[in-house]
Design a protein around this ligand. Structure first.
Ligand code: FMN
Length: 189
C-alpha cells in the first residue's frame, strides 16, 4: 500500500501529526510519504491519500482547499482520509442545528463523496508567541467578540497543546482498517 499524507500546516502541528500517522502505518509495512501540498507532483502513484490541515476559521487552510480542487478527479478514484487539527473538536447544538466538529469538513465530503473512507477532527496546539501579527490580531479581535475577561484572554494566550500521539495512532489504525474493508468490498464486486 503506497500512502501519501499531505499536510497543510501554518505552525507545524499538522506536519508533526502527519509524521506520527506515518510512523504507525509504517509499522504495518505501508510505504508512506509525508508532504506539503506544494511538493506533491502527482498522486497517481498512491493507493491511499490522507489529507490533513490545521483548522482556521472553521476551514482547512487555502493551500489544502486548492490542492483538493486541482486533484479532485484523481482523489475521487482512490481511498481518501481527512483530518483537521483543532482546539475545539466537539460539535455543539445551536437552535436545533449541529455546528462544529466534523460538520466543518462537510464541504469536502460533498466534493469527494464515496472516496472518503474516514475523517476526524484531531487535537491541535496553539503557541501565541509563534504566530504572525495578523493571526495574533485576528485572535485578539475574536476573543473580544466573545466578551472574554482579561484573565480568560491571558489563559488562552498561554502555550497550549492538546496533541497526544495515541490519538494520531488511533486515527492511522482506523484508516488502515477502513481501507482494507473497502478493498475487500471491491474484490467481491
Ligand atoms: C488564526 C487562527 C484561527 C484558528 N481557527 C480555529 C477554528 O476555527 N477552530 C479551531 O478549533 N481551532 C482554530 N485554530 C487552532 C488551530 O487549528 C490549531 O492551532 C492547529 O493546531 C494549527 O495547525 P498548524 O500549526 O498545523 O497550522 C485557529 C488558530 C489560529 C492561529
Amino acid at each position: 500500500m503506497k500512502t501519501a499524507i499531505i499536510c497543510a500546516s501554518r505552525y507545524g502541528s499538522t506536519t508533526e501529526a502527519g509524521g506520527w500517522i506515518a510512523q504507525r502505518m509504517m509499522i504495518e509495512g505501508h510505504d508512506v510519504d509525508v508532504l506539503p501540498p506544494a511538493e506533491v507532483r502527482s498522486i497517481s502513484e498512491y493507493d491511499v491519500v490522507i489529507l490533513g490541515s490545521g483548522l482556521y476559521a472553521h476551514k482547512m487552510l487555502p493551500e489544502m482547499n486548492e490542492f483538493i480542487e486541482t486533484n479532485i478527479d484523481e482523489l475521487k478514484d482512490r481511498a481518501v482520509a481527512l483530518f483537521a487539527l483543532a482546539m475545539k473538536r466537539e460539535p455543539i447544538l445551536v437552535n436545533g442545528q449541529v455546528h462544529g466538529g466534523l460538520s466543518h469538513l462537510q464541504y469536502l465530503f460533498d466534493k469527494l463523496g464515496d472516496s472518503v473512507v474516514h475523517a476526524d477532527m484531531l487535537p491541535g496546539e496553539m503557541v501565541f508567541e509563534r504566530m504572525t501579527e495578523q493571526d495574533k490580531t485576528g485572535l485578539e479581535r475574536f476573543y473580544r467578540m466573545l466578551s472574554l475577561s482579561d484573565e480568560e484572554v491571558r489563559i488562552r494566550k498561554q502555550p497550549r497543546t492538546l496533541m497526544c500521539k495515541s490519538d494520531f495512532w488511533e486515527f492511522a489504525e482506523t484508516v488502515m482498517r477502513k481501507v482494507r474493508a473497502r478493498e475487500d468490498r471491491n474484490e467481491m464486486d
